[in-house]
Write a protein that binds this ligand. Sequence first.
Ligand code: DOR
Length: 424
Amino acid sequence: MPASPDLIIRNALIPGGRIVDIVIREGRVVHVGAGGTGAEQTIDAHGNLTLPGAIDMHVHMRGGAHQSYKETWSTGTMSAVAGGVTMVVDQPNTLPTLTGRTTFCERVAEAREGAYCRFGINGAVTPDADLAGLWEEGALAFGETFAAASSYGEAIGEDDLKRCLGILRRLDALITIHCEEVLDGRDVDLALHSQLRSGAGEAEAVRKLCTLLSSGQRSHFCHLSSDASVRAACTSYEVMPHHLLLSQEMFAIDDAHEKVNPPLRTEKERKALWNVWEKIPVIASDHAPHSDAEKSGPFETAPAGLPGVETMVPLLLSLVYEGKCTLTSVLQKTVTRPSGLLRIIPPGFTPGASADFAIYPGEPEKISAERLHSRAEWTPYEGMDGVFPVVVTCNGRVVYDGGQFTFGAGEWVRGQGYKKNHEK
Ligand code: DOR
């Protein structure tokens, strides 16, 4: 007789309109349909929408000795889970940068202590990085690679980048790349910031980078912010909710809270990005928390970056409810495509899938920093509509239920180099 299930989600309305019971054992879906008995725990999802947990392949969880005032693995992943994200991929521009085995392993240990959801950790692409060592230790991918400088990231020169591309191609590892053209000048407000790091310049930088990518290179552009860049991309890429939903015109021009790289564009450019919505492979948040105090200082010296892991799916889902985009397109961009790109088992409604689910109500609520969980304690989406999950499971366990979190289901998702190294 098969062992009893750990969890059954009953009466789950799933994409496509079926109402099913989802039977879960040992972190995996074992049956989707009617029935299932004897589970340790049962959730009734009646009247709500059950979706696979999202994979946010671009977050900065901060933490460590120097940046825990901005975010920690606990606060960052609580924020993720409360926004329906059940896996985050952390970027390596930490302090210290993740360039070698020791710093990488320390980062994994820190994440294991704090993470409420699955996590992957990327290795850094810098002139001195030990790419093969990072791959063997379990880096999920590499980057964001700073082809242009940003907060906590120095630009890598072209020769070093070419060398790193060659190594990563041989390892068959994914490289993710931050492309921008950065002009000299004083970025004293949102408009100037966007002129010095323009959408057209970004598109040109993407075109140039494309000439360095050989066939068979696993590659992905980070946070493209203009329709021109999307059209210029020769490989996979991601677009962020803030470039789709926010523009300079929505804020006081010298408010550094909305300073981000690549910058918020004009309302006209923001709308143009929607013209290419169907083409976009991946949506990720670029969750880059900085404290309110840091963001309240002079524009020029304030760090760039916005918190966003908790609001990404809620914002998109409220657009689905409004009829602005389809649920299918949102799930492709936040679940299917990122899993394929990262070569991980996606959550879903078939036996064997990871049992990571988020259960959403039928109505949006107003986003308010007060009810979010990031240590940043502010959001650029204040007052906008978001559909937030009421219950979230990860690895077959309930990690979030009506505002309460349970620790213990977080799991490190290793890259393929780790497997090869440790399983032969
Ligand atoms: O605005 C940004 N902030 N862009 C980046 O590329 C890095 C990020 C950060 O780490 O704060």
